[in-house]
Structures are given as C-alpha cells and as structure tokens.
Design a protein around this ligand. Structure first.
Ligand code: GTP
Ligand code: MG
Ligand code: ZN
Length: 292
C-alpha cells in the first residue's frame, strides 16, 4: 500500500520537494511541475541557466529576445519549446515591442514567473542537445534573497543547481555615474561566492556571463566590454578577478531608438521603443553553451 502512495508523488525539479502528481506548481517553491514531466525520459540532466540582475536592468526583455532568436534558428541554433508555457515569455515580450511598449515589470511573487524549457542544439559543431531551463525572476526577489538569504528559497535552489549564470548590469546607469549597478553586482557575486562553498582559495568555476545592458545608450561599450566594465564597474571587475575563474563580459541592446512620452494626467515619462535592433543577444548564450 505504501508503495502505491509513494508512486503518486513527484519530486520538484528545482527544490526536490515531493508533490502530488496532479500538482501544477510545486507546493514548496512554485516551479512548474511540468518541468519534471517534460524531463522524464530524457537521458541527460537538464541544464539550468539563471538570469540575474537588479530590477529594471532588462532581464525580461533580454530573455524574451534570446528565446525568440533561438526559436527562429539564428546562427545555426535549433530550439524546441517543451510545453506551451515555455513560449509565454517570448510571446509577451515580442508582442509588447511590436506595439512599441516595453513589457510590464515581473511580479515579485514566484508563482507568477514565466518559466521556459527549451531543447537547444547548434548545428555545425558537436551535435548535442541541451535542455535549457530558465525562469524569468523578478529583480526585487533576487535583491531580497541576496539581502537576507532564504527569503526566496527558490532562488537559493536555482543558484545551487545552475550550470551557468547570466548577470545583467545596467550599463547606461553605470556610465551615468551611478554606483548602484556596481554595488548590486558586487553583492550578487559575493552571495554566489559564499553560497557555492568552494575550497578555500579556490575560485568559483561556474561560468558567469556579465551582460552590460542598454548599450544603445553607451555604444562605446560594444567596442570593448571588458574595458567598459573595468572603468565603470570596477568593484564588480575586481570581484570577478579575485573569486571567479570563468567570467566573460558582453555588451547588449535590444532597441535601436527610443522616444519618451509624457502623460498629461500624471506627468509620468514612459520610454517608447521605436524599433528593435538586436545587438549582442546570442553571444553570451553561445559562450555559456561552450563552457558547459
Ligand atoms: N535603452 C534601452 N532600454 C532598455 C533595454 N532593455 C530594457 N530597457 C528598459 O529597461 C526596462 C526594464 O526592462 P525589463 O526587462 O522589464 O527589466 P527586468 O530586469 O525584467 O526588471 P524586473 O522585472 O523588475 O526584475 C524596460 O522597460 C526598458 O525601459 C535596451 O536594450 N535598451
Ligand atoms: Mg522582469
Ligand atoms: Zn519546488
């Protein structure tokens, strides 16, 4: 009898908590249980890649365009979404931009995040499929977890299980003299460093791609992302040098030009993306894939 009860339980892919078979989201961490059902039968372990960064750095926009480029077979990639839920984020981002709007802010509640699960491979190299699993997290939740670990257990589990990390940093803000992007990134990396308890003196070897976002405002970053980071995000740069063995810097941008509209009622200024011009979206992902 006991075995019959056990077999109706399914462990969550992210936090390993047992859930009833018909559960839609994990009771413990809100990850979609479909992830588990989709990975059953795969002989390879899923590859979690986490996209990290402060609120408003451009995580949702970046991830939406990345997945869309992959599913449009950019640069010899082939990507197959596993489950319709995997397409939601990309659809939201693309349809908003088509209406010259940016997508809304990601809600802080983990049960409202979009998850994507894609089988990805690149033609022309060693032919192997990678199961890419990635949620679109809210920057506020990431900040809360960094400030007080285990506030969002799902983030802790994701960080521990991630095979690659993408850390997004607002290059426009940094170039404007704000220290906030540098401090956020420094805290984030310090959090990861202490969590992935490496041997004393040994560096963290999880590949970390640092993405400088909104580089349409600072085109110079495209010429030399490393130099940009070294001079505008020096704390982050030093932390990478001291504690991370496998880091690369990339400049990205999704829009070609932006207009600003002011509301008559409340005077709020809204950015209006006039057209999309994708730059540096695939490169960081390709780099992560090469490091796996
Ligand atoms: N100029 C420029 N602005 C961008 C770009 N990408 C994003 N933005 C701006 O950044 C804002 C935030 O982007 P999101 O992708 O929603 O940011 P997020 O990191 O998901 O934020 P949270 O959901 O709050 O964590 C957008 O509304 C745009 O105003 C870009 O490539 N260029
Ligand atoms: Mg978001
Ligand atoms: Zn879970």
């Amino acid at each position: 009898m006991a075995t019959a009860v056990q077999s109706t339980q399914t462990p969550c892919l992210i936090c390993d908590a047992e859930n009833p078979r018909n559960q839609v989201q994990c009771r413990q961490c809100s990850a979609p249980m479909a992830l588990v059902h989709n990975t059953i039968g795969q002989e390879r372990p899923p590859c979690l890649v986490s996209i990290l960064g402060d609120s408003n750095v451009g995580k949702t926009v970046y991830l939406g365009f990345l997945l869309d480029m992959l599913s449009q077979r950019a640069n010899l990639f082939e990507a197959v979404p596993k489950g319709a839920y995997s397409v939601d984020l990309q659809q939201t981002v693309i349809s908003h931009l088509a209406w010259r709007m940016f997508p809304p802010k990601t809600p802080v509640e983990a049960n409202q995040w979009n998850w994507s699960y894609y089988e990805v491979r690149k033609h022309g190299g060693p032919e192997r499929w990678i199961d890419l699993v990635t949620p679109d997290m809210a920057g506020e939740a990431i900040a809360a977890e960094v400030a007080s670990p285990t506030t969002f257990r799902i983030i802790q589990n994701l960080l521990l299980k991630s095979r690659g990390l993408m850390l997004l940093v607002d290059a426009a803000l940094a170039a404007n003299g704000s220290a906030q992007p540098d401090f956020f990134a420094l805290k984030m990396l310090s959090h990861i460093d202490t969590m992935i308890v490496a041997k004393r003196g040994k560096k963290v070897d999880t590949p970390v791609a640092v993405l400088l976002t909104k580089c349409d405002y600072v085109p110079a970053a495209f010429d030399d992302p490393r130099r940009f980071a070294q001079s505008n995000l020096n704390r982050l740069w030093n932390m990478c040098e001291s504690r991370f063995a496998n880091v690369e810097f990339f400049a990205t941008s999704v829009v070609g030009s932006i207009a600003f509209a002011t509301s008559d009622e409340d005077g709020l200024v809204t950015p209006v993306p006039l057209h999309t011009a994708l730059r540096g979206i695939l490169e960081p992902f390709e780099w992560i894939v090469e490091q796996l």
